[in-house]
Design a protein around this ligand. Structure first.
Ligand SMILES: *Cc1c(COP(=O)(O)O)cnc(C)c1O
Length: 497
């Protein structure tokens, strides 16, 4: 299996090269040249395996330049109870009639990002070895809160790497900020940007593709790579849990092999839902992919109208990991939907950069409508949903997952569709304790962050994740705040160049 760039189809690299480079030199994203297929029998067989082996099975279809032993080295180290709180790694909670919560937050940083970022360092160091790379890999990350911490945990003290994370100063939850500021490890750095997530991500992308900077790194024996979902090594682990969830439902007798399911994903950068799209096209029977947004609803409008327009107000919401107006991974979807038309992608994404807007063709609009539904909700509706499902089912979910539940309820009401449905549950409610507690109790409270956590534990009966409980006593190590225009100099300065 080789990988092409969305902005130049003639680029052709191995998975090891795609993973180490992160992004293609001309700014495109790497995509596998075809989507490998899984038969229903294979999917059924996957259900009999433990999670690490399910992952290895899926990876063997994509990472064909890795040996079986290399793949297992990665999966066995990443997906074990050393790093995850549950044996099954991802948990499928049966919520209500025909609706299942795919809990992806039992890893070390309590968000679904761990599913990919626990394994990415193994992919990356294995890939570097395979292609005889003798450079230090510098990971740059833009984060809306969860990726940053998950990447820091994944890469801390990994030999041959260093990692630098940028987050929007006022765009993450207090718990997310504490998690990053207190990060341990000798090869890590964290810095706040005066701006929003898009500013952080644009800055990182600009540094990646700056030839002068690349040259300077090269001369100093270093190279950049990415831990954002622009890196294929971030996406492929996310395909696994959709295959796994389907296999699990079959195994549990909740569905028959071949029955279709809906998948609902609370979406920001479009990585997680794109992974669901790949799972579908590999052969997992899926009816609709439902894309749920908060009031930063650029994707809802895009899926409904075919016009992507980021020229709009940016809102800080109670689901900050979805406060994004430029969803990077849409580029991969559109590349596939245009029949791998790199010229078309260059045109649209050129327009996005210069005018902030593009409109897809009627053919692509039709394809979008065939595969996706989209909706959004505001903060009050998010909190009301947390309250409602707590009251009804005694289940406590976080603010991002609640957006998905609300959008799904709206979808169900509008369509009458009774297809069984998996909702991606993307974070522990403890990470967004202020909004979650307010939702549960129906009023704001001025007790401190950690007392809120304790109160949620009383109400939800969920164990407080050890990693969050520990934060209270950890010293803060990183307090830098810079202007977005200073990002490049900051990075070079930290690298001593
Ligand atoms: C990152 C994140 C999302 C959005 O996922 P994308 O892959 O960026 O679409 C949703 N919920 C939580 C909790 C997240 O951390």
């Amino acid at each position: 299996m080789f990988y092409n760039s969305t902005r130049n189809s003639s680029v052709k690299v191995s998975s090891a090269e795609a993973i180490t480079q992160g992004i293609s030199a001309e700014g495109g994203l790497f995509v596998p040249e075809s989507i490998p297929e899984l038969s229903l029998d294979e999917i059924k067989a996957v259900g009999e395996m433990k999670y690490a082996d399910r992952a290895a099975y899926v990876f063997s279809k994509y990472l064909t330049d890795f040996t079986e032993a290399e793949i297992h080295y990665c999966t066995d180290n990443a997906y074990s109870t050393k790093n995850f709180e549950t044996e099954s790694i991802s948990e499928l909670a049966h919520l209500f009639d025909g609706t299942y919560m795919l809990e992806l937050w039992h890893g070390p940083t309590c968000a679904f990002k761990d599913m990919a970022l626990q394994i990415l360092p193994y992919f990356l160091t294995t890939s570097a070895k395979k292609i005889n790379l003798d450079k230090k890999i510098v990971i740059l990350v833009a984060t809306s809160g969860d990726t940053g911490k998950a990447a820091l945990e994944g890469f801390k003290d990994v030999e041959g790497t260093s990692i630098m994370v940028f987050y929007p100063e006022d765009g993450v939850s207090p718990m997310q900020k504490r998690q990053m500021k207190t990060q341990e490890g000798a090869n890590v750095g964290v810095c706040a940007i005066k701006g929003n997530f898009d500013d952080c991500q644009n800055g990182v992308k600009a540094i990646f593709t700056n030839d002068e900077v690349k040259k300077a790194l090269d001369e100093n024996g270093m190279m950049f790579s990415s831990a954002n979902s622009i890196n294929w090594g971030r996406l492929v682990p996310q395909v696994v849990y959709y295959v796994s969830a389907y296999a699990e439902l079959v195994k549990d007798g909740e569905i028959n092999l071949g029955d279709k399911i809906n998948i609902v994903v609370p979406t920001g950068n479009f990585g997680n839902i794109l992974a669901a799209y790949y799972a579908k096209h590999m052969g997992v029977p899926v009816n609709k992919l439902i894309c749920a947004s908060n009031i930063n609803n650029v994707l809802t409008d895009f899926i409904n109208t075919g016009v992507y327009d980021r020229n709009r107000q940016f809102y800080a919401t109670v689901s900050p990991s979805m406060d994004i107006l430029i969803s990077s991974n849409l580029e991969r979807l559109l590349y596939l939907m245009t029949g791998r038309n790199d010229a078309q992608i260059r045109e649209w994404f050129g327009k996005l950069a210069s005018e902030g807007r593009y409109e897809v063709t009627a053919d692509v609009k039709n394809k979008l409508h065939e595969e996706f539904c989209a909706g959004f909700c505001n903060d009050d509706e998010t909190k009301a949903t947390i309250h409602a499902i707590y009251e009804k089912y005694g289940y406590t979910c976080d603010t991002h997952t609640a957006v998905a539940v609300k959008v799904y309820n709206d979808y169900k009401e509008a369509t009458g569709d009774t297809t069984k449905t998996v909702i991606a549950s993307t974070a522990s409610p403890y990470k967004f304790s202020a909004a979650v507690l307010e939702a549960l109790e129906g009023k704001t409270s001025d007790i401190d962050e950690y007392d809120k956590v304790d109160r949620i534990a009383e109400l939800s009966k969920l164990d407080i994740p050890a990693a969050l409980a520990d934060l209270r006593n950890k010293p803060e190590r990183f307090n830098d705040v810079i202007d977005k225009s200073e990002q490049k100099e900051y990075v070079l300065g930290k690298l001593g160049i």
